[in-house]
Design a binder for this molecule. Structure first.
Ligand code: NAD
Length: 395
């Protein structure tokens, strides 16, 4: 089968196995080139391990610190004549590379919100890994079936209290238009907090603790975003922002739980805005990312997921360094995005940007190629005319 990108709105419904493998290898090479991370983690659980920040965390732990990893993710498997989702192929490529390097790597594909997947993970950890010294919580999901109540919660990306109007871009057509988003109802806010807030992270940590599978000195981290004022109504002060506040609440409660048992620390790291499957679904944000990329690239400050996480591990979490917290107890690896010289350059471009000049004023081209890359397309050296078998079993 010759696999081509098929884009529907903000997702690509196909993925290229060889391209995904090349994308994973690029990230492994980046970590190897930056050298070993000393005093790094050795036994790592990554929840949301197959794409974006979670995959970058898994790669950094394995190839920066030679860690054993267990990855949890929710991907559509391949079939005889139907490609899998990108995270499936990414995970196979990662697992092959890790095992070739003599590292332990195990995978569980299923709903991380469920008791059943937590039970399976505890079994693997107990049987094959031993106590975990790093738990990375990097889920981005549109829905959650609550394990206790059975209720289905769906997350929404909406402002709170008042409608919000701003520019947005259709990244496929390049059309910049004005969008108005109506405010969320109380129920929608509660549902978004139930999906993207911290309760499930707490359930994972409690399950690990109960099973005595947390190692002394262990760390747990979850990822958040703040960004510039232009996106606050739909992000920081919107439904997703309320969920992120809940994630920060959970970080404090997990940190206290870990300290009570003499284990270690838990915190939220605020990361940079990047093209991922999750961020491309947020209105307004892709236009901001396109403008941000142009400014950060011109200043030599641009980073992708792998550079962000490698910097987080090597300059804050490990390598003999210490965590630096902001006033609210969060680690800020979005520091380069938030530099005044970067942020001060945004409003002028934002004011002017329109369909006619978006290619010139923003890095729309860079956004698009990063987006395609998430699905394994547009990577130099990959033969996109090759007839491939899309069906590859999980390792
Ligand atoms: P992503 O879409 O690339 O990755 C999401 C991961 O979660 C995938 O591995 C997916 O398989 C997994 N997943 C989703 N639902 C699941 C379920 N029910 N069970 C098991 N696995 C499931 O997303 P991302 O952008 O890397 O986001 C990860 C975290 O980083 C999120 O908390 C996000 O808010 C945060 N973050 C993202 C950005 C950004 O710009 N992309 C910036 C800062 C913080």
């Amino acid at each position: 089968m010759v696999i081509k990108p098929r884009i529907r709105g903000f997702v690509c419904i196909t993925a290229h196995p060889a391209g995904c493998a090349a994308h994973v290898q690029e990230q492994i090479d980046c970590v190897l080139a930056r050298g070993p991370i000393k005093q790094g983690p050795k036994n790592v659980l990554v929840i949301g391990a197959s794409t974006g920040y979670g995959l970058a965390s898994r790669i950094t732990a394995a190839f920066g610190s030679r860690a054993n990893t267990l990855g949890i993710f929710f991907e559509r498997p391949s079939e005889e004549d139907r490609p899998a989702t990108a995270g499936w192929y990414n995970t196979i490529a990662f697992t092959q590379a890790a095992r070739n390097a003599g590292l332990y790597a195990a995978n569980i594909n299923g709903d991380a919100f469920s008791d059943e997947i937590k039970r399976q993970a505890l079994d693997v950890i107990r049987r094959e890994m031993g106590p975990i010294d790093l738990v990375v919580y990097s889920l981005a999901s549109p829905r959650r079936v609550h394990p206790r109540t059975g209720a289905v919660h769906k997350s929404v990306l909406k402002p709170i209290s008042a409608p919000y109007s701003n520019k947005t871009i259709d990244t496929d057509s390049g059309i910049v238009s004005e969008i108005t988003i109506q405010p969320a109802s109380e129920q929608e806010i509660a549902d978004t907090v139930a999906v993207m807030g911290g309760e499930d992270w707490e359930l994972w940590m409690a399950a690990l603790e109960e099973a005595r599978l947390i190692a002394p000195g262990a760390t747990s981290v979850a990822y958040s975003y703040i960004g510039p004022e232009v996106t606050w109504p739909v992000y920081k002060n919107g439904t997703i922002g309320m969920a992120k506040n809940d994630l920060e609440r959970a970080a404090k409660s997990i940190d206290a739980m870990l300290k009570t048992h003499g284990y270690g620390r838990a915190f939220v790291s605020v990361n940079k805005a990047l093209v991922t499957q999750a961020s491309s679904a947020i209105p307004v944000v892709p236009l901001y990312i396109s403008i941000l990329y142009k400014i950060m690239k011109a200043k030599g400050l641009h980073e992708g997921c792998i550079e962000q996480i490698q910097r987080l591990f090597s300059t804050q979490m490990y390598n003999g360094s210490a965590l630096k917290f902001d006033d609210l107890g969060r680690v800020r690896i979005d520091d380069w995005e938030m530099k005044p010289e970067v942020q001060n350059a945004i409003p002028e471009v934002w004011e002017k940007v329109a369909t006619e000049n978006v290619a010139e004023l923003s890095d729309m081209g860079g956004y698009r190629s990063e987006f395609l890359k998430l699905f394994g397309f547009g990577i130099p050296g990959v033969d996109y005319e090759a007839d491939l078998e899309p069906h590859i079993p999980m390792l």
